[in-house]
Design a protein around this ligand. Structure first.
Ligand code: PEP
Length: 258
């Protein structure tokens, strides 16, 4: 299976989100085989988008959540509230939140634990900054993030967790790593996962790639068996781009069953 996660960020309002959701459903119609698609609109659009995707194969994701069920946490939204809106997935630890909102690994850990406790599927983002890459410490960075966030976390099924390897320098920049680098990082990520989640089969935990994915550069990632899917930001709010990405994923899946 391949998973495409569309992170619409703060780029679309309610009307555009609904239109994109409808377009996504149309894009998926009539295919022999499709990737799993998770769309993550801004919070304000979740309720309306849920009406569009309810009873479809498209999953609804949130871009963030808070780690308490309820209480005096002005402006925050809990996993329990999100599930009430039909949200099944949540992106946690995105580098933009780490950078602009000061999210620490400890906060990310609390969010992951809370999401899992609320039976949500977690898309956990990890990745190194440009200076960490230049210093050659990308593995150490990713390792630290995974260990701090996941060690001791109780995961009941490998389906509940996806890791999105997103080098921060590749997000929204048009720069992408060599596929070989991503493959090597995925192997490394799986080795850390088997260390921190010893009860899980790390090969079954999906590891996605994210960073400047567009329709025309998608196929080389998706044809790799160990890249389980993509987390797409900017391109995912352009329906033609999203369609190209879904087309590429369907083509790979088609070839696998042919
Ligand atoms: C992201 O924000 O997770 C992302 C991958 O963005 P973009 O596709 O725009 O690089």
């Amino acid at each position: 299976m391949k998973t495409i996660v569309a992170n619409w960020k703060m780029n679309v309002g309610v009307r555009e989100s609904v239109a994109l959701a409808r377009g996504t459903l149309l894009t998926l119609r009539g295919r022999r085989i499709s990737p799993e698609v998770v769309i993550c609109p801004p919070f304000i659009a979740l309720s309306e988008v849920h009406k569009v995707v309810a009873r479809s194969a498209v999953f609804l994701g949130a871009q963030n959540l808070f780690w308490e069920d309820h209480g005096a946490y002005t402006g925050e939204i809990s996993g329990r509230m999100l599930t009430e809106l039909g949200v099944s997935h949540v992106i946690v630890g995105h580098s933009e939140r780490r950078e602009y909102l000061g999210e620490t690994d400890e906060m990310v850990r609390n969010k992951v634990a809370h999401a899992l406790a609320n039976q949500m599927n977690v898309i956990l983002c990890v990745g190194e900054t440009v200076s960490e890459r230049k210093a050659g410490v990308q593995r150490e960075r990713v390792r630290t993030q995974l260990v701090r966030v996941l060690a001791g976390v109780r995961l009941k099924s490998h389906d509940r967790l996806m890791i999105a390897y997103e080098p921060v320098w590749a997000i929204g920049t048009g720069e992408i790593p060599e596929v070989a680098e991503i493959l090597a990082m995925n192997v490394y990520i799986r080795s850390i996962l088997s260390e921190v989640l010893p009860e899980m089969n790390a090969n079954k935990i999906r590891v996605l790639y994210g960073g400047s994915v567009e329709g025309n550069n998608t196929y080389p990632f998706l044809r790799e068996q160990t890249i389980d899917g993509l987390l797409v930001g900017g391109a995912s709010v352009k329906l033609n781009q999203l369609k190209e990405i879904i087309d590429a994923a369907s083509e790979v899946l088609d070839a696998q069953i042919a």
